[in-house]
Design a protein around this ligand. Structure first.
Ligand SMILES: Nc1ncnc2c1ncn2[C@@H]1O[C@H](COP(=O)(O)OP(=O)(O)OP(=O)(O)O)[C@@H](O)[C@H]1O
Ligand SMILES: [Mg+2]
Length: 249
């Protein structure tokens, strides 16, 4: 996705972090006076080393951890209390880095329907939304599967289904391609390309980010660095069975 971003610096950001400092109890500063703005219809890739604070940034936006100082705004509102974060969790969907943090119901359908039910939908509506969302992700027939017995890749797609079933306005995806095989990864790319939504995607997979995002940011010394001029290029690689006919996407 290389087209120019449609965002305008004049419009109000959907998410804005201002001079945010954060540390885990007794630890060093993870985020240090961090500023970060996400505009409507932005599609931002966030690439930064392990332990640099990417997941922490998402958790701050969702109110799962609280900043030591600074302000977090979403949808034009300063997020100050639990009520504000309840609003945020309805309007922003977080795909957790670890699918096991996302899934907690006995079966897939119950897990996916949980969000819509929580938003006040009837059981029938919640089931309809869930079946539609599962079908969109190529997961027809998974409704009655036992969640804890799914494979890692299946769990990740079901996790995404639980997020999408809530019909959020913004998606925060924390390393969504980790552990996915090529077909599942392609499904994910197709799905994300079809979704016209504001997105921030943490990933180390540049080829994936090239296909689903428009801008690449990084985190360094606890601060966001933006880079509008990231150039994508192909790396040669080697693997077993290289002579067997296959394609790379
Ligand atoms: N619950 C926690 N308690 C204490 N320290 C933590 C906790 N979670 C994360 N950290 C530390 O905070 C720093 C940032 O962690 P974070 O998970 O945000 O990094 P990340 O950029 O998402 O890394 P990765 O690419 O490995 O997922 C790391 O040094 C990590 O060890
Ligand atoms: Mg992380």
């Amino acid at each position: 996705m290389n087209e120019t971003s449609t965002t305008s610096s004049n419009s109000e950001p959907v998410i804005r972090l201002e001079a945010v400092c954060f540390r885990y109890p007794g630890g060093p500063l993870v985020l240090d006076n961090l500023n970060f703005e996400v505009f409507q219809n932005d599609r931002i890739g966030l690439v930064a080393p392990n332990g640099s604070g990417k997941t922490t940034l998402f958790h701050l936006i969702m109110g799962l951890v609280k900043p030591e100082s600074g302000r977090i705004k979403a949808f034009g509102r300063i997020l100050a209390n639990e009520q504000d974060f309840t609003m945020v969790r309805r309007r922003i969907g977080l795909l957790f880095q670890d699918a096991d943090d996302q899934l907690f119901s006995p079966t897939v359908l119950e897990d996916v329907a949980f969000g819509p039910l929580n938003l006040g939908k009837s059981r029938t509506e919640a089931k309809q939304i869930s079946r539609r969302t599962l079908a969109f992700l190529g997961l027809e027939g998974f409704e009655d599967r036992v969640t804890i017995k799914l494979s890692g890749g299946e769990k990740r797609l079901v996790s995404l289904a639980t997020v999408l079933a809530m019909q959020p306005e913004v998606l925060l995806l924390d390393e969504p391609t980790t552990g996915l095989d090529n077909d599942t990864r392609n499904t994910l790319i197709r799905v994300l390309q079809q979704l016209e939504m504001t997105m921030v995607v943490i990933s180390h997979d540049f080829d994936f980010l090239d296909q689903v995002t428009r801008r690449i940011f990084t985190l360094e010394n606890g601060k966001i660095l933006t880079d509008e001029q990231v150039h994508f290029h192909v790396h040669r690689h080697a693997h077993k069975m290289g002579k067997a006919p296959h394609r790379h996407h």
